[in-house]
Design a protein around this ligand. Structure first.
Ligand code: GLV
Length: 340
């Protein structure tokens, strides 16, 4: 008998086809809206695997509602929506979708760096409001991106793709991870003209960088990592970009810091509580550029992510090597009857 799978959103057909070919599949057939919690809890009662999105909370309540569950395939590189220790304790495998979104997300980081530094959205709004009356020497002046020092906090795959692009802008690169990364330094250092240095402390990076990009995963250690103290260390001309997870930043303190002009501007793709509405206080500030958590949102990349998640799910449920495991558990059995 085929294993049973539940997919929590309408995905690109290629991904649904992969799951349906190997599993008895049920789908929450809505692209725009998450499956209601009660529906999800009922739907997982007899499934072996779930393909989830970052809008689905996978916690002990869900695990309790899914006694047969063997694998959760999350369609994201981040998995802070999942209680990983609880999954591991239950012997449930978690998979994610790294690599396929690296370059696309790095592109979006650059869109935010450039838009915030050069007041692109503010300028658009000004024109739309009829506020462009003449050219004047200091009209809409921003901060130079080329030649500025780029500080990357959390330089993993996406950070290194951001750094590679920075070499083209003639930007010296500083990065802060828990430990220095010789492979990152070798990779970037091999690009002609590249300058890269490890910042042993976050404070060192914040006080030196002109552009600060945050790409750390959300963990108990990184929650609230950026607050009033950190913003006060930044240069008054600095640009702050967050494309990781909103709760890494204390948003109320960022808003106060932006009002005081340090950082000088911010580009944000992620927020403490998503989605945010039109009345969000960040939108009242002229020096911010906001995007609605779209780091990986291109047609090609979202399709690839869905296919990777589907492939992970099916591999785990059919006893094949799993491409992107997050935790180490033995997936027992093949199929809904435990494969005995
Ligand atoms: C998106 O934010 C992801 O983690 O893939």
């Amino acid at each position: 008998m085929k294993p049973r799978a539940y997919i929590t959103r309408r995905l690109p057909q290629a991904a649904i086809d992969i799951v349906s070919a190997a599993c008895e599949t049920t789908l929450w057939d809505d692209e725009a809206n998450p499956v209601p919690r009660e529906t999800l809890l009922r739907a997982v009662a007899d499934v072996d695997g779930i393909l989830t999105l970052l809008t689905d909370r996978v916690d002990t309540e869900l695990l309790a509602a899914a006694p047969r569950l063997k694998v959760v395939a999350n369609m994201a590189v981040g998995y802070d929506n999942v209680d990983l220790p609880a999954l591991t304790a239950r012997g449930v495998l978690l998979t994610n979708t790294p690599d396929v979104l690296t370059e696309t997300t790095a592109d979006l980081v650059w869109a935010l760096i450039l838009a915030a530094s050069r007041r692109v959205v503010e300028g658009h709004r000004l024109i739309a409001a009829g506020g462009w009356t003449t050219w004047s020497p200091m009209f809409m002046v921003g901060q130079d991106v080329h030649g500025a020092t780029l500080g990357i906090v959390g330089a993993g795959r996406i950070g290194s793709a951001v750094a590679r692009r920075a070499v083209g802008f003639g930007m010296p690169i500083l990065y802060h991870n828990r430990r220095p990364s010789p492979s990152l330094e070798a990779q970037i250092g091999a690009i002609p003209g590249a300058v890269i240095r490890y910042a042993p402390t976050l404070d060192d990076l914040l006080s030196t960088a002109d552009v600060v990009v945050v790409l750390v995963p959300l963990t108990p250690e990184t929650r609230g990592m950026f607050g009033a103290r950190e913003f006060a260390l930044m240069k008054p001309t600095s640009v702050f970009v967050n494309a990781s997870r909103g709760p890494v930043v204390c948003e109320a303190e960022l808003i106060e810091a932006l009002k005081r002009g340090r950082p000088w501007a911010a580009g944000l793709d992620v927020f403490e509580h998503e989605p945010i509405g039109a009345d969000h206080p960040l939108l009242a500030l002229p020096n911010v550029v906001l995007t609605p958590h779209i780091g990986s949102a291109t047609v090609a990349t979202r399709t690839r992510m869905a296919v990777v998640a589907a492939t992970n799910l099916v591999a785990a449920l059919t006893g094949q090597p799993v491409p992107n495991p997050v935790n180490r558990v033995e997936v027992k059995g093949e199929g809904r009857d435990g494969g005995t």
